[in-house]
Ligand binder design. Structure first.
Ligand SMILES: [Zn+2]
Length: 472
């Protein structure tokens, strides 16, 4: 029996695995969503990363193992993998303990334990610790105003996290306020001669968990710096209201010579516009206190899952999809600097860049810095994301992202998922950022968003434009 030509062709296509001709039509976008929603690939890879490796701070054995694990996973999907070298800071946490050894009303023989954790880049106390009087300030302004009192003291900069902002969709703003103090406070206190510096942990759930994070301390002026739990900051303040407080503080971190590390770059080649790249990214390093399941395990895994989804559907993008697992977002940004340096002069080929780095909360939509004039080109994308209640779309002239700011300054439009961050800062940079906090259904939704967004950008007919350089 002679088959109609169309059927023969279809049979050949299925048999030979040749890609279907598909673009940004609603049916293709829906198939990406449905495939991602059903796939356990991302959760399994996230379990591999967090359970088999764990913490992945730059320079650590965990970070090196994660580079290999991601490279292997992407090679298994048929992507072309490149390890892009970069030198990274190598800071290692040591012993960390503190107690209040004197305060008004202290019964004989009693001391009060203070729960804290060293901040990234902290200097060390002597091995036996140091004893110094504590002073508390409530803002950077107060630190500046009381500069003359700082010398020889342990300064607590006590700025509360605004959970009400987080409850109203502004967790990033609340974090920005706290992290600015965590970054700038320690070097300022160091310059004023402080014996050590403490900040109140930046987070909204007060379960006596310390939240680490990077400081702006530099070589030659690395004083001991730590984050205390909210409960302990409050205790110190109450005791200070009774009279002078003395702390015994021991922190023994080390800043080792810069280490060799890598970004993992995995290319899934395009068809007729293969020399243009859509970057879909997350960061591979994590803080050392936990396994970085939300920050940023879920982000990088959801970026990697885009290739898994397209492979399952046998879809070939027009532009090359480039998955990047950035190294050293948390305490240096050396991975993104290495990529920019390697792509100088090729920025016009970076069509758009995506980074997921706000945890695995329920996806609600996307924020982008595409030029206002081209915003309407994203309407079909918005409709597709709306099919799974992730259709909120926001545009800003520039986005605050950990790894993509440099690309954006070179004109590359940036995209980032909007996710529910109400509880993200409960776990962020604490010992509790672990796999059990990640809801598999929510990770499915994030992989659906990343897949749909990446595919859409990789198959747009028209250029999406360039971001205007920042006004200086
Ligand atoms: Zn992060």
């Amino acid at each position: 029996m002679k088959l109609p030509v169309r059927l023969v062709l279809a049979a050949c296509l299925i048999g030979s695995g040749v890609a279907k001709a598909a673009g940004n039509d609603p049916a293709t976008l829906a198939s990406i969503r449905d495939t991602a929603m059903k796939s356990d690939w991302a959760y399994e890879r996230l379990a591999d990363m967090t359970d088999l490796i764990g913490p992945r701070l730059s320079g650590s054995p965990g970070a090196a193992a994660a580079v290999n694990q991601v490279a292997d996973a992407m090679r298994k999907l048929g992507a072309t993998v490149t390890l892009q070298p970069t030198k990274v800071p190598h800071w290692v946490r040591g012993e960390e303990k503190a107690e209040l050894v004197d305060y008004d009303g202290r019964p004989n023989g009693v001391t009060q334990k203070i729960v804290l954790t060293a901040l990234g880049g902290s200097g060390a106390t002597p091995d036996a610790g140091l004893k110094a009087p504590v002073m508390v300030v409530n803002s950077m302004d107060e630190l500046n105003a009381r500069a003359a009192e700082v010398k020889g003291r342990i300064v607590l900069i006590d700025v509360p996290f605004d959970q009400a902002m987080a409850d109203n969709g502004l967790a990033g703003n609340a974090y920005g306020r706290g992290s600015a103090v965590r970054f700038a406070g320690p070097p300022k206190a160091a310059s004023l001669g402080a014996a050590a510096v403490l900040v109140r942990s930046i987070g909204g759930a007060n379960f006596r968990l310390p939240h680490t994070g990077v400081t702006g301390l530099v070589d030659g002026a690395r004083i001991p710096a730590a984050a205390v739990t909210v409960e302990d900051a409050l205790l110190i303040k109450r005791l200070m209201a009774r009279g002078p407080v003395t702390m015994h503080l021991t922190l023994t971190p080390k800043m080792l010579p810069d280490a060799d590390s890598f970004n993992v770059i995995a290319d899934f080649p395009g068809t007729d516009m293969a020399d243009e790249f859509v970057l879909v990214t997350g960061h591979l390093d994590s803080w050392d206190l936990a396994t970085g399941a939300h920050d940023d395990g879920g982000g990088i895994i959801s970026a990697m899952s885009v290739i898994d989804t397209l492979k399952k559907l046998n879809l070939k993008p027009r532009r090359t999809i480039r998955v990047i697992a950035w190294m050293n977002e948390e305490n240096g940004g050396k991975g993104s600097e290495a990529y920019e340096a390697a792509n100088k002069g090729k920025m016009d080929k970076q069509f758009a860049a995506i980074e997921s780095d706000n945890g695995v909360g329920r996806p609600l939509g996307i924020t982008t810095s595409v030029p206002a004039a081209n915003y309407k080109l994203l309407q079909p994308l918005q409709a597709a994301l709306g099919q799974f209640d992730a259709g909120v779309m926001r545009r800003q002239d520039s986005l605050p992202t950990g790894d993509l700011s440099g690309l954006e300054e070179h004109g590359v439009p940036i995209f980032t998922p909007i996710v529910d961050t109400t509880t993200y800062f409960h776990y962020h940079h604490t010992p509790a950022d672990t796999l059990d906090k990640v809801n598999p259904d929510t990770l499915h939704r994030l992989t659906a968003l990343m897949g749909t967004l990446t595919w859409y950008l990789a198959n747009m007919d028209k250029p999406i434009g360039r971001v205007a350089p920042p006004v200086k």
